[in-house]
Design a protein around this ligand. Structure first.
Ligand SMILES: *[C@@H]1O[C@H](CO)[C@@H](O)[C@H](O)[C@H]1NC(C)=O
Ligand SMILES: *[C@@H]1O[C@H](CO)[C@@H](O)[C@H](O)[C@H]1NC(C)=O
Ligand SMILES: *[C@@H]1O[C@H](CO)[C@@H](O)[C@H](O)[C@H]1NC(C)=O
Ligand SMILES: *[C@@H]1O[C@H](CO)[C@@H](O)[C@H](O)[C@H]1NC(C)=O
Ligand SMILES: *[C@@H]1O[C@H](CO)[C@@H](O)[C@H](O)[C@H]1NC(C)=O
Ligand SMILES: *[C@@H]1O[C@H](CO)[C@@H](O)[C@H](O)[C@H]1NC(C)=O
Ligand SMILES: *[C@@H]1O[C@H](CO)[C@@H](O)[C@H](O)[C@H]1NC(C)=O
Ligand SMILES: *[C@@H]1O[C@H](CO)[C@@H](O)[C@H](O)[C@H]1NC(C)=O
Length: 774
């Protein structure tokens, strides 16, 4: 008898524990859910379906948003009238159900570039009966930088498609960082002059870093109309997101203010921000208001009240006071009261406030010791701070912080810096570590997310993360990639399937600790000291490329899958050329050291030829054109007279990133136009110099080259105004095939193989990430 009582007590205890664990995420998600009525959500989903498959096909679907369903769940069934019923607990869940139907019923998927799916005139409606509940209370998307690296020139049409994509991926939490129109009013009310305000705001392409206090004024002044237009745009974005049941985190005050605030508040305690990446004075070092100072509370409340007035609220606010910047004192009491002060400034305005924090700052382990992190996080009431573990696939902090000392967190995959191109990813880590983090003892994981600095690359990795975030079980990678290929091209072909298995085993198998920032030799500043490395067997890409070319005939034309096929064919050709560039380069470097002029000349010719091929293949792809980026920037300019500053912003972000190449090539893009007019001329200048040095038997003067390349190519590029095409040129398959034929002959050519015999260093990743973070 007694034993049984104990057993029941124990079971009840376990039950309560389980409940408590679930509740953390469920409670948080409920607190921040938008109050959109089911009717409005149903209508929004219905319209989304119309946009995705057209109005005729969409009539075969019926949508129901039913709050009685379990949170984050959907059910697909067949109605008596033959229609497919998609019921979801909210709009996003219904959209996720619709996505399931497309992907598993119709074998068709979408991506960032293509959200429209053509269906034949008469199609068999598969009978799919399925229900599913998300394994994560929250599915999160966005990085503050994505707004500058990818969304900066977007107008509402692009946003509309992208929000559709988000909803269909099950994303239910995003951010909305635009805030300059509000600051304009706050600063004016506080007594700053327009001149002082203008000196603070950065240009349109650099606002993410001005908001974080890293820079000020660079590439400005921001036209006043820009602030207004962006505010209107963001209001429309928020409306569309909330109608689908998505929550939006809004900005709260993070302490960074214009330097002129000191004039008005001479007695407040300010700390100048650290100089960031050597930005010179007019562009660096705004002021940070000490969170304990009454001014922090005053400005914080003023700002947040207006934010809520303009944008409404889902009770969640993001604030990152110490992003790439250190608190004044390394002392637990100070850290605790600082976090308290920041949270109070939100709570004063909204008693239900949840603080969304990027956990990025905790990576600076030399400052953020375990006890400081604990002091910071536990200063906020339990469940009222949500941490984004920003790069969980490589530098997770949740183990080290014992699951953020019980505060909820989101497992995020970042995957790229600056939105650079290059196939790269950690599929195995994604599929295994998310589930492991969810089931670790005392786990406070409440969500999964993606936090790319830029988008438009490695779509498969982002899709995988979001699907793993929804899934309760570990996704089996081999079958996941097989299905990915099937639905991507809407055709069951063993070659295309094999392509994606090869990518899974090679480019998507990274699991090391090396910091991979998507910089490959061809888009770095040339030098004799580059040390390229590779983490996979290069041959795999050559094989995948061949298979891709062979499969050309099989891709269905009638539903425009060809555009996705061509996009991928450009990408794989580009990847092969990128890795081949590295290979030729390491040989050239060795030939230079051995003073082999003939070999240097031979390899230099090959590098230049490779640039031409690269330019041609990129120019044939819709999504690889500099012209798209520049024209979108100019179109966003509120008036003709502002077009030059917009173009300057667009060009500078991709290249010099600053007045003097402060963060040179950080957000580099392998795009047509940049290849021909920026990277190629830079390498051409370098190769000429290297050959001349060998001929004249003098060492290559690297410092002279650096000066010349900066003054003649890198810095002037931001000021040029050449117009580039916005439509592709040439036939992708033909171009790719021609390049493939050429390399087939090189790889059988003894002269080539002799001159190019050294392989790029292979550094397979290692799993010591786990060890280090403990
Ligand atoms: C700053 O403090 C000084 C000395 O306490 C005082 O005289 C002055 O009025 C204060 N200024 C402002 C703007 O509060
Ligand atoms: C889990 O939490 C309990 C209660 O706070 C604690 O005693 C235990 O040590 C924790 N377990 C781990 C593995 O952190
Ligand atoms: C794809 O084709 C293979 C045989 O080539 C077959 O085994 C498999 O079931 C097919 N898959 C689908 C989804 O049709
Ligand atoms: C793992 O990789 C890191 C970074 O390259 C390296 O420093 C470390 O020595 C490697 N560890 C092992 C066990 O190979
Ligand atoms: C790369 O793969 C090819 C073909 O599968 C194989 O012949 C070669 O030995 C591999 N190279 C390395 C370094 O593993
Ligand atoms: C390299 O060029 C610079 C001028 O840019 C010159 O001052 C320097 O002496 C040169 N170095 C050598 C080793 O020739
Ligand atoms: C680019 O133009 C700006 C003014 O529009 C000028 O200040 C700057 O010096 C120019 N830069 C170069 C490298 O020509
Ligand atoms: C592709 O190349 C072939 C042979 O070079 C040529 O006949 C054909 O017209 C090309 N097709 C296109 C669409 O460019």
């Amino acid at each position: 008898m007694g034993g049984r009582v104990h057993l029941y007590t124990l079971l009840a205890f376990v039950y309560i524990l389980t409940l408590a664990k679930c509740d953390l995420g469920a409670e948080l998600a409920a607190r921040i859910a938008p109050e959109t009525s089911p009717d409005v959500q149903e209508e929004a989903v219905t319209q989304l379906i119309q946009r995705v498959i057209g109005s005729r096909a969409s009539q075969l679907f019926q949508v129901e948003v039913n709050k009685m369903l379990e949170a984050n769940s959907y059910q697909i069934s067949r109605l008596d009238n033959g229609k497919v019923l998609i019921a979801g607990s909210n709009g996003v869940s219904a959209c996720k159900g619709f996505h399931y139907y497309l992907k598993h019923g119709l074998n068709k998927d979408f991506d960032w570039f293509k959200t429209y799916i053509e269906l034949p005139e008469h199609w068999e409606m598969p009978n799919v009966i399925h229900k599913s509940k998300s394994g994560s209370s929250l599915i999160y998307y966005q990085n503050v930088c994505t707004w500058s690296y990818s969304f900066v020139w977007w107008q509402f049409d692009e946003w509309r498609r992208h929000i559709d994509w988000m909803a269909m991926m099950g994303i239910n939490l995003v951010i909305a960082p635009n805030q300059e129109a509000i600051w304009q009013n706050v600063y004016t009310d506080l007594g700053l002059t327009q001149q002082e305000i203008d000196a603070h705001f950065a240009g349109p392409a650099f606002q993410a870093w001005q908001r974080m206090g890293n820079i000020r004024g660079w590439a400005g002044p921001l036209p006043p109309a820009h602030r207004q237009l962006q505010q209107l745009l963001q209001q429309r974005i928020l409306k569309a997101q909330r109608e689908l049941g998505m929550s939006v985190a809004l900005p709260a005050f993070a302490g960074h203010v214009p330097t002129a605030m000191q004039r008005i508040f001479p007695n407040a305690s300010f700390t100048p921000a650290e100089r960031w990446n050597n930005f010179p004075d007019p562009y660096c070092c705004d002021l940070f208001v000490e969170p304990h100072d009454p001014l922090f509370q005053q400005v914080g409340a003023m700002f947040l009240r207006r934010v809520i007035q303009v944008y409404g609220s889902n009770h969640i606010y993001f604030s990152d006071p110490f992003n790439e910047m250190m608190p004044r004192l390394k002392e637990p009491n100070y850290i605790r009261s600082t976090a308290k002060a920041i949270y109070n400034s939100m709570e004063e305005v909204d008693s239900d406030a949840v603080w969304l924090l990027q956990g990025w700052m905790f990576l600076r382990a030399f400052f953020w010791t375990d006890n400081l992190i604990e002091a910071f996080l536990t200063a906020v009431p339990s469940g009222r701070i949500l941490v984004l573990d920003l790069q969980s696939e490589q530098f997770p902090q949740y183990q080290r912080t014992h699951s953020y000392y019980g505060q909820p967190f989101v497992w995020c995959m970042l995957n790229n810096f600056g939105g650079t191109l290059g196939l790269f990813g950690s599929a195995q880590v994604i599929s295994s570590k998310i589930i492991a983090a969810r089931s670790m003892p005392n786990s406070s994981l409440v969500g999964v997310g993606i936090t790319p600095e830029g988008i438009g690359q490695n779509y498969a990795m982002f899709a995988l993360t979001l699907e793993q975030g929804w899934s309760v079980d570990v996704l089996q990678l081999e079958s996941w990639f097989q299905h990915f290929a099937l639905t991507r091209y809407a055709v069951n072909d063993t070659r295309l399937s094999q392509v994606w298995q090869l990518l899974r085993e090679s480019v998507y198998s990274f699991h090391g600790l090396q910091r991979m920032h998507g910089k490959y030799s061809l888009n770095k500043r040339p030098s004799l000291n580059l040390n390229p490395w590779i983490w996979y067997n290069e041959t795999t890409i050559y094989e995948a490329w061949g298979l891709m070319l062979e499969a050309r005939e099989i891709v269905p034309l009638e539903d425009d899958r060809l555009s996705i096929y061509e996009h991928d064919l450009v990408d794989i050709t580009r990847q092969f050329l990128q890795q081949s560039f590295d290979r030729i380069y390491v040989n050239l470097k060795s030939a230079y050291r051995k003073e082999q002029l003939g070999r240097v000349e031979y390899l230099a010719d090959k590098l230049l030829e490779l640039f031409e091929d690269m330019e041609r293949i990129l120019a044939s792809g819709h999504n690889y054109l500099l012209g798209n980026w520049l024209e979108a920037a100019k179109q966003l300019a509120p008036s003709e007279e502002h077009r030059p500053i917009y173009e300057f912003n667009a060009r500078n972000q991709l290249t010099a990133w600053g007045p003097n190449g402060q963060i040179l090539d950080y957000a580099t893009k392998q795009w047509s136009g940049l290849m021909s007019d920026y990277y190629q001329p830079r390498w051409n200048m370098f190769l000429e110099g290297v050959k001349l040095a060998l001929q004249s038997k003098k060492p290559f003067n690297a410092s002279e080259f650096r000066q010349r390349v900066a003054n003649e190519i890198e810095l002037p590029f931001s000021n040029l105004t050449k117009v580039y095409p916005t439509s592709p040129v040439g036939n992708t398959w033909n171009i790719s095939n021609g390049i493939h034929e050429k390399w087939k002959s090189y790889l059988a050519d003894t002269q080539f193989l002799h001159n190019c015999r050294i392989a790029v260093k292979l550094m397979r990743g290692n799993q010591s990430a786990d060890v280090q973070s403990k």
